[in-house]
Design a protein around this ligand. Sequence first.
Ligand SMILES: Cc1cc2nc3c(=O)[nH]c(=O)nc-3n(C[C@H](O)[C@H](O)[C@H](O)COP(=O)(O)OP(=O)(O)OC[C@H]3O[C@@H](n4cnc5c(N)ncnc54)[C@H](O)[C@@H]3O)c2cc1C
Length: 433
Amino acid sequence: MEKINIFWFRRDLRLEDHQGLRAAMASGRKVLPIFIFDLSILERLDDQYDRRVDYIYQALQFIHAQLKMFHSGIRVYHSHPVDAFEQLTAEFSIHTVYCTNDYEPKALQRDSQIRQLLAAKQIGFVSVKDQVMFEQDEIMKPDGTPYTVFTPYATKWREKLSRTADYSKCPHAPAQNSWFTFQADDLISLHTLGFKKTDVQFSPPQLPINFIQHYHQKHNFPALDSTTHLGIALRFGTISIRECVQAALNRSDAWLNELIWREFFMQILYHFPHVVNHCFKPSYEVIAWRNDEKEFKAWCEGKTGYPLVDAGMHQLNETGFMHNRVRLVTASFLCKHLLIDWRWGEAYFAARLLDYELASNNGNWQWAAGCGCDAAPYFRIFNPDLQQKKFDKNLEYVKRWNPDFQDVFNLPPIVDHVTARKRALAVYSKALR
Ligand SMILES: Cc1cc2nc3c(=O)[nH]c(=O)nc-3n(C[C@H](O)[C@H](O)[C@H](O)COP(=O)(O)OP(=O)(O)OC[C@H]3O[C@@H](n4cnc5c(N)ncnc54)[C@H](O)[C@@H]3O)c2cc1C
C-alpha cells in the first residue's frame, strides 16, 4: 500500500498561505486532509446553536468543495482524537501526520498523546508554526526569560519582524496532484454532530483595507463599528496571520499593535499556563470577591442601569460580538464595581464570543481585573458613564443595542459609581497590603 501523509486541520481552516500544508506537501507524498470534531470539546458546549461550531462546519464545507475539484476531500471524524487516529492507522499506511502548533495547555497535552500513539506505530508527527508570527521562545528578554510587559515585548517583536526575511506569504495553494484522491462523500451533517444551523454565514475572509487604514482614528468608537471583525477568522485560521501583518505594515501601526497583543497573550499562556485558572499575580488570589449571583445575572442580561455596560451585554448576547472598548468597560464593571470574580465573566464571554480565544480572553479579563501581567493598576477604575460620554457621546451605540434605554427614565443603577469605586479600592487594597 502506498504510504501517504495526513494533514490534520485544527485552528488553520484554509488552503492558502498555510505553513502546515506546505510542510506536508514538501515530502512529495500524497496528502489526506482530516478534521476531528473532538468530542471532549463539543461535550463542553451546552448550546445547540453554537455559532462557532457552525462557523467551523461551514469553513470545512468550503475546504471540502475546493478539494472535491481535485478528486479529494476532507475526512471528518466525530470522536476523540485518539480513536480517530486508531481508525486512520488501521485504514491507511501513513508515513507522517502533519499539523500546526497550538499553544493551549489542553491542546499541548492532546498533541503529545497523539505523538506517542503514532510513534508506537513508527509514524512521524510534525507540527509547525502557522497561527502566529513568533511563538514559544522566539521573543525573549535578553536574560532568556519571557516578557510579561507588553511594550518591550512589542518592541522586540517589531525588531524581529524587520530582521525576518521569510515571513511573507507561502507559495500559493498546494497543487492538484498533491492530494490523496478518493471518492469524497458529503460531510457528516451538523445535526449528527448535535448542533443546529445558526445565523452565521461563512465566506472566505477578506481584509478590510479601508478599515485598517482608518483604524487609529475610528477604532475606539463603538457606534462606528469600524474594527475588522477578523477575530473569528484569526481564531480558526480561515485567514493567515502573515497576510494580516502584511496588510498592517505601512497602513496601520495601531492595527499591527492589536495583532501583537494577540501574540503577547498567546506567549503568556504558553509560558505561564497557570493563568488558565489562576491570577497571573498570585497575590491577587486573596481578593474577597462578593460574587452576588443576582448582580451577576443583571450584568449578564444587560440590566445594570449603566447604559454602555447594558448595551455591550445586549450586543454580546444577540450577536456573539462586543466592541473592544465596551468589552473593557463591561469587564471592569463586573470585577471592580460589582466585585465579582473575573473568572465568572471570563466564562460568560467564553461561552458567547464568536471570536473566543483562550489566551486573549483570559489575558484581557485579567488585565481588567488588575491581576494579570502588565495589567491596569487596580486603583484605575473606569467610570462607565464617563466612558460612554467619551466614546458614545450621542448615545448611538447605546440606543442601537439597549432596547430598554430611554432618554429620561432608565433602570436605576444597581450600584452607585462613587460608592462602588470606594468599596473596590478598599477590598483590593486590603487584599494586597
Ligand atoms: C474582557 C475582554 C475579553 C476579550 N476576549 C477576546 C477573545 O476571546 N478573543 C479575542 O480574539 N479577543 C478578545 N479580546 C480582545 C478584543 O476585544 C478583540 O480581539 C476585538 O474586539 C475583536 O474585534 P475585531 O476582530 O474587530 O478586532 P480588531 O480591532 O480589528 O483587531 C484585529 C485583531 O487583533 C487582535 N486583537 C485586537 N485587540 C486585542 C486585544 N486587546 N488582545 C488580544 N488580541 C487583540 C484580535 O485577533 C483581533 O481580531 C477581549 C478583550 C477584552 C477587554
